[in-house]
Design a protein around this ligand. Sequence first.
Ligand SMILES: Nc1ncnc2c1ncn2[C@@H]1O[C@H](COP(=O)(O)OP(=O)(O)OP(=O)(O)O)[C@@H](O)[C@H]1O
Ligand SMILES: [Mg+2]
Length: 413
Amino acid sequence: MENLQTIKQRFGIIGNDMNLNRAIEKAIRVAPTDISVLVTGESGVGKEYIPKIIHQLSHRKHAKYIAVNCGAIPEGTIDSELFGHEKGSFTGATQARNGYFEVADGGTIFLDEVGELPLTTQVRLLRVLENGEFIKVGSSKVLKTNVRIVAATNLNMMEAIHKNKFREDLFYRLSTVDINLPPLRKRKDDIHLLFRKFASDFAQKYNMPTIRLEDEALSTLINHPWKGNVRQLRNITEQISVIEKNRSISIDTLKHYLPDHISNFPALIDNQSKSSDFANEREILYKVLFDMRNDITDLKKLTLELMQSGAATTNKEEDTQRLIQKIYGNENEDNLVEIIPPKKSDAYQEEPTNYNDKYEDAETVEETLSLQEKEYEMIKKALDRNLNKRKFAAKELGISERTLYRKIKQYDL
Ligand SMILES: Nc1ncnc2c1ncn2[C@@H]1O[C@H](COP(=O)(O)OP(=O)(O)OP(=O)(O)O)[C@@H](O)[C@H]1O
Ligand SMILES: [Mg+2]
């Protein structure tokens, strides 16, 4: 039997986590048998290695290995793809076709995202698994095949069974042996190893020096929840490798690439059920709320700073612009343009403002209205001058085309 390290090297699998090793060892052991295997684990954990290892280490290795992504094939054609069809069996079936189960006879079929199979296909699959028999679409002749099946899913199959979306008998038949790959956050010791390997691969690919992490950034990387697992880590490493000029990556730089950096919500981090739409929605809501809270804190801090440093001018608009620029920087034009710089004229040459005043006074309301009027006027003029060509009008106004489009809709121009 081939040794664990050799297999990892041969398939390019990085990591020494105990549960990862256990999963690979299980695959090595079941490979020579014909037992069906179900590979489980979150998205991006490396499930696709397992059926390849099983096929390569089995007596079937010289026959075909076919990987089928069950989630990507339309419901109407999946039976025909898997089991073939007879000529004329449906509109467009001008030729007879051999399905994967015929083509892969003697080999292995990997049914990826098996939880997505329609119920009717599940019935056909159960029959093949039980006695190797299948019938082509539009035929009545029973055919035989000898195929090893390895399936994979990132869904909670018990939930799918409970909702009558997956047949329980098929589930037990498919998962004679279950190989589970742990999520990346549960193999923290492998994270830096993987990062270094990917960083070195991408440095080579793009012919640039290898990026490396500063200490604080490394600890952030290790403690990140990695909902997209190894795939997400690989993508982020590639992005940083390509984009960052400074090859020493600080914690701040790294955080730009970790959109779901929400360490304040530990309860969400362990949420494994990708299938739960509700959980996902709730998570997005939390993130939005969390971002908003941060924005408000920043805003309060900056306002206070401006007031305390005496930097606040008598011009409300100028102060607002400075605040916005401080918060968003100059590059985020979409956020900046909400207040279009008006001409230094009438509306803004007003009384010095007392910042302790309540915001919702009549003056503020009036000012908002006049701001909107000015905005409306400026947009209209810019559009007229540019013969309604949005691209040029946006350029003249110094805003993005998308923002202009939104404004046009808002003002019904
Ligand atoms: N241990 C590992 N070492 C090196 N690369 C890995 C490892 N695990 C995963 N990868 C890489 O991460 C990416 C995602 O892996 P894979 O496609 O197998 O995920 P998956 O579990 O099938 O996810 P999904 O459920 O979304 O299909 C691939 O590019 C794979 O090469
Ligand atoms: Mg996959």
